[in-house]
Design a protein. Structure first.
Length: 103
């Protein structure tokens, strides 16, 4: 497993705080008059995807498995049965020198 996994992050309180920070960052880039048109287009794409993925799961506990190949798997264990879970791959974008991952 060590040869495949770079790190594991645990969000016991969910990702609402991280979602708020990402929304603020994207809004600042969108409102910045200095932002290039290409950056604004990327911001709009990432912002739309972020809004689509923000749902009732943002307050659920989760963990992220970051693989050495750069891919990240997001896992939400069930509150009733920890052996049951929902998962998905989290896409990664780079905007204005910042690595943004949509979970």
């Amino acid at each position: 497993m060590r040869s495949l996994i770079d790190r594991v992050d645990v969000a016991a309180a969910g990702q609402a705080v991280a979602n708020n920070k990402l929304t603020e960052f994207l809004d600042n880039l969108r409102d910045d008059a200095e932002s290039m048109a290409s950056v604004r287009a990327d911001v709009e794409e990432v912002s739309a995807l972020h809004q689509d993925t923000m749902d009732d799961k943002q307050h659920l506990r989760l963990f992220l498995v970051r693989f050495k190949n750069g891919q990240t798997q997001v896992v939400w264990p069930s509150s009733e049965d920890p052996l049951q879970f929902e998962q998905r791959i989290a896409p990664v974008y780079e905007i204005a020198g910042e690595r943004i991952q949509i979970t």
